[in-house]
Design a protein around this ligand. Structure first.
Ligand code: ADP
Ligand code: MG
Length: 616
């Protein structure tokens, strides 16, 4: 086949395939046109907003010619309510209608609007680097019209009469003056009517409608001064109040319950400004749909920025869960390339890394402060002080202070003022998510504010000790009769302690009778006792009858019994056992130290980790 230039209609349909791949894309283009039109008619238009407040335009933006797109009688229009009403039927395939109260199109330009590369928002190539409008390519109307039936009614501000234009597959079928309000109404019917292949690949109408609901919510978030509504198959499914308060729109989009969990964020880095809201780390979703990013009020999809947001939450979020965040980035238009994606969904930054870092830093500060840290404070908790001096990641020497700091931390926390004391009620251990066991000695778990190492023996010892105290206060420690009574030989000292100590030993679940000179016949032992070395357990408890408790208020025999009843270092624990152990520990008032005063929990602080890894 010889080379030839494609007929305009074919070229248009090819172009439309890029811009409009599904009904949601058409809705997006039409809503963007409506937003541009509404903002163009209002003097405060196109200024950044911060925490729901519209900022006054900067001097640069007030300068003549700074705003790209002005038309119509600005002053006269600003009295009109700023409204955009969207309607879809059958997921947008049967009908899409977008009605705005914007500046309208002058009657003599109506047909031009549907020509390819016809735009009123750009004049020169340089303008591409100062885009302040959502649209700028002049492709959308032409593309949509090529693959559907379009009816446009519009009246420009200041015009006596409006104009009507109807097209079918891009060909004008009806045109003329019409009376009506200032603004624009565009109705698209039978989208993809002449693109059967596209129709076949579309998802369900319900799925598409869901996308449109999401989309309209996003535009409502970025333009709280505009009142949006959405009708889906005749039902009102979304409405924002307008009026400019971001908080009001947040409640509509996320629901009032979630809004209570949102924390305001604000940050600055060079010419970049970041404002927005992020949910506290306890609130998360199974998808990334709760992350919204706007650049100069343009809703964008950015993998890298989304990743920066997610990273800012680590490790406060459970694996596989995603945060909720709405962020507005403001930066000079010259530093963002908005012309890199067919549907303008993606943008490119001049200083990508700087922007990602700023976003991460801004969110991280707020999120980490918000992470709940009940009861994990000094002296035990801040387990890992920063390595002294600047550590260089790659040098082997950097390993040394790190290890030393770990050891130092354990030592420092091992000498609390009153280790074993049943201290005054302290806040409980936070709920931990077990990750596993290391060295058959420590349970590793993720908590709200870091990684927790739990000494399985001291933890279990504390659990047992509290159990023993509770049982003694009631019917006595549960006892287990031995099928084969055990002969235990005692030292003279132990033998001497038996007389006075017998009631205590019985209360602890031991049953025995003297046998000969210095021996006893052990008939029953505490039910919780490990069955491995019963004789040793008994004699150790007897020894403890004469010793002071390891700390004020600690009962020595109970502590020894607890020790002998607890799992040991070296015991492999099943996931069930780990969960059970952590669950029991979480239920205790006293959980930092075992009865002997050894630490139970050491925490690797999340913020410290981030600093050590130079993430912040
Ligand atoms: P772009 O938005 O990139 O300029 P479009 O094809 O979407 O291109 O629209 C072409 C032109 O039609 C716009 O530049 C604008 O002048 C006009 N237009 C489209 N929709 C509206 C509207 N809702 N209100 C006012 N003018 C509009
Ligand atoms: Mg447009």
């Amino acid at each position: 086949m010889p080379i030839r230039v494609l007929p305009e209609a074919v070229a248009l349909r090819i172009a439309a395939g890029e811009v409009i791949t599904r009904p949601t894309d058409a809705v997006k283009e039409l809503v963007e046109n409506a937003v541009d039109a509404v903002l163009a008619s209002r003097p405060q238009a196109l200024t950044p907003h911060s925490g729901g407040r519209l900022l006054a335009p900067s001097p640069a933006e007030r300068a003549p010619g700074a705003r790209q797109w002005k038309r119509g009688a600005e002053g006269g229009l600003s009295a009109l309510p700023a409204r955009i009403d969207v309607e879809i039927r059958d997921g947008g395939l049967a009908l899409i209608r977008v009605v705005d109260t914007g500046c309208g199109i002058p009657a003599n330009e109506v047909a031009l609007a549907f020509q390819r590369h016809a735009t009123s928002k750009l004049a020169t190539a340089e303008d591409l680097f100062a885009v302040r409008t959502l649209g700028f390519r002049g492709e959308a109307l032409a593309s949509i019209a090529a693959i559907s039936q379009v009816a446009l009614y519009t009246r420009a501000a200041g015009a006596e009469l409006g104009a009507l234009l109807e097209l079918d597959a891009g060909r004008v079928v009806e045109q003329g003056p019409r009376a009506g309000p200032v603004g624009t109404s565009i109705t698209v019917r039978n989208l993809f009517q002449n693109v059967p292949a596209r129709l076949r690949f579309l998802r369900s109408a319900a799925g598409e409608a869901g996308q449109v609901v999401h989309l309209v919510g996003q535009y409502a978030l970025s333009f709280p001064e505009i009142r949006f509504s959405l009708l889906n198959d005749g039902r009102l499914v979304f409405q924002s109040p307008g009026g400019g308060r971001l908080e009001d729109v947040l409640a509509k989009v996320y629901g009032a319950a979630l809004v209570e969990k949102l924390l305001p964020v604000e940050g600055e880095a060079g010419r970049l400004k970041v404002v927005g809201y992020v949910a506290e780390p306890g609130t998360h979703r199974s998808t990334r749909s709760g992350i919204s990013i706007f650049v100069n009020r343009r809703w964008v999809q950015s993998r890298a920025l989304t990743y920066a947001v997610e990273e800012a939450y680590q490790p406060a979020l459970p694996a596989g869960r995603h945060p909720v965040a709405a962020l507005w980035l403001e930066l000079p238009p010259s530093e963002v390339d908005v012309n890199v994606h067919p549907t303008k969904a993606e943008v490119r930054f001049a200083d990508e890394r700087g922007i990602y870092a700023a976003v991460r830093r801004t969110i991280r500060g707020v999120v980490l402060r918000a992470a709940p840290v009940p009861g994990v404070g000094a002296p035990l908790a801040p387990a890992v002080p920063s390595p002294p001096g600047p550590a260089v990641e790659s040098s082997p020497a950097a390993q040394v202070p790190r290890q030393a700091s770990f050891a130092g931390a354990a030592g420092a926390s091992g000498a609390p003022a009153e280790p074993g004391a049943p201290a005054a009620r302290e806040p409980g251990l936070p709920i931990l998510h077990p990750l596993g066991q290391v060295h058959r000695t420590y349970v590793v778990a993720e908590g709200p504010d870091g990684v927790y190492f739990v000494d399985q023996h001291t933890a279990h010892e504390r659990v047992r000790y509290e159990e023993i105290q509770a049982q003694r206060a009631g019917a006595g420690v549960a006892s287990q009769v031995l099928l084969d009574p055990l002969v235990v030989d005692l030292t003279p000292r132990q033998w001497g302690l038996l007389g006075e100590g017998a009631p205590s030993l019985r209360a602890l679940g031991f049953a025995f009778e003297p046998l000969g000179e210095r021996s006893v016949l052990l008939r029953a032992v505490p039910a919780m006792l490990r069955l491995s070395d019963l004789a040793r357990a008994f004699t150790d408890v007897v020894d403890a009858l004469a010793t002071e408790g390891p700390a004020a208020g600690v009962d020595a025999p109970s502590a020894v019994l607890a020790c002998h009843s607890a799992v040991r270092a070296g015991d492999a624990l099943s996931p069930e056992e780990i969960r059970e152990l952590l669950g029991r520990l979480e239920g205790l008032d006293v959980w930092r130290y075992c009865p002997h005063g050894r630490p139970i929990v050491i925490r690797l602080d999340a913020a410290q980790l981030a600093r050590d890894f130079r993430r912040v």
